[in-house]
Design a protein around this ligand. Structure first.
Ligand code: PLP
Length: 397
């Protein structure tokens, strides 16, 4: 009986619509890629600038083949959690290959990075401990922290002085853990891992980095923000997803110091109480790691393309949040302008998404574009051309 709750839900839904916060699914009729098709009238053919398919591997023939082969060899599913009867050689192999790739001691698979972050804090930290978290950390880190009993402190985004203050404030804690995204999804900026590790060392804290938006392409060999910042040996816990650059299917992991991984194997609830990663996904992810270990071609192409697109957009007169990642936010500030421009870009065949409050601060609305190695130079030029047309028409440039 929904009863009076029904009224409440209806009212909430109305408020969401009235505030322009509705999230509507656009239905694709193709695999993920640079060029996609959707069901929407007049928008059947779109050039995609809003997926996390950074390396263009989401529809890669070799990856699909490897996934299909893994399914043939290992079956469709395990119908078990890992510790009962859900671990195959395939899963152990993937954990080993992830540790090799990330240059860590050991790795534990999860159904998603959301689950990895949901299960990493609670086994490690108790009431006597403190987690110190960047205010812009991903929702899954925030939720994971909520599930543990440690005290919580937040510091303003990227503010190392304030982080240090939190560290001195929490001197009485048994253990302190600093948690940060490696690449932050809204601005595309990179955590100051060197400074964070220095502070952690000085105040005897451990460091956890979620590299979901970085693994596979940030750093010279694509190993992520620890590689870029030269902190690989100083990060205690790394979480990441297979759902972005690493093929985009699903799954995630916690990787890091072997004692930590072993304790998670014993105690981490999403690992203990949720089904094993499907063999097809494990096989596909293994192939992705093999490709990325053989050549840096894709991440090199992505780096060049992102730089090219940034420069073209700045030259055209747009305000781009400065940075070096494949996340290129086009700042429009005004909420309505961002929504309207994204609509007009869709009409031009460019698929982009406007972000406004509460996802980003009020008055900081933007269109977040994401570059992919799947984009050709012509794709990038076409997008810039559309941005210029729409930007001029609306007086933005
Ligand atoms: C995307 C993302 C996640 C969630 O990953 P899933 O594997 O899709 O659950 C977690 N953390 C960060 C920082 C992300 O960007």
């Amino acid at each position: 009986m929904l009863g009076k709750m029904q009224e409440h839900i209806t009212k909430t839904l109305q408020e969401i619509t009235e505030n322009g916060l509705n999230k509507n699914e656009r239905i694709l009729t193709t695999p993920q890629g640079a060029r996609i098709r959707t069901q929407a009238k007049g928008r059947q053919n779109l050039l995609n600038f809003c997926s996390n398919n950074y390396l263009g591997l989401a529809n890669n023939a070799q990856v699909i083949e490897a996934a299909a082969q893994a399914m043939q060899q290992w079956g469709y599913g395990l119908s078990s959690v890992r510790f009962i009867c859900g671990t195959q050689e395939l899963h152990k192999n993937l954990e080993q290959k992830l540790s090799d790739y990330l240059e860590t001691e050991d790795t534990l698979l999860y159904a998603a990075c959301f689950d990895a972050n949901g299960g990493v804090f609670e086994p490690l930290l108790g009431e006597e401990d403190t987690v110190i978290s960047d205010e812009l950390n991903h929702a899954s880190i925030i939720d994971g922290i909520r599930l543990c009993k440690a005290s919580r402190l937040r510091y303003p985004h990227g503010n190392m002085k304030e982080l240090e203050t939190r560290l001195s404030q929490s001197a009485a804690a048994r253990f302190r853990l600093i948690a940060t995204d490696g690449v932050f999804s809204m601005d595309g900026d990179i955590a100051k891992l060197e400074e964070i590790c220095d502070l952690a060392e000085r105040y005897d804290a451990i460091v956890m980095v979620d590299d979901s938006h970085a693994t596979g392409y940030i750093g010279e060999r694509g190993r992520g923000t620890p590689e870029l910042t030269g902190t690989t040996d100083r990060i205690d816990i790394l979480s990441t997803t297979f759902g972005k650059a690493l093929g985009g299917a699903s799954g995630g992991c916690i990787s890091g110091k072997k004692e930590i991984i072993e304790l998670l194997r014993q105690r981490s609830r999403p690992y203990l109480f949720s089904n094993t990663l499907a063999p097809a996904v494990a096989g596909g992810t293994l192939k992705v790691l093999e490709i990325l270990s053989e050549t840096t071609e894709l991440r090199d192409r992505l780096t060049v393309s992102a730089e090219y697109f940034r420069k073209k957009m700045v030259d055209a007169g747009f305000t781009i949040v400065p940075g070096s990642t494949a996340i290129v936010p086009v700042m429009l500030y005004d909420e309505k302008t961002a929504v309207k421009m994204a609509e007009q870009l869709l009409n031009e065949g460019i698929y982009v998404i406007p972000f406004s409050y509460p996802v980003v601060p009020r008055g900081k609305a933007r269109i977040r574009t994401q570059i992919s190695a799947a984009h050709t130079r012509e794709d990038l030029d076409e997008a810039v051309k559309a941005f210029v047309k729409v930007g001029k028409a609306s007086g933005q440039i």
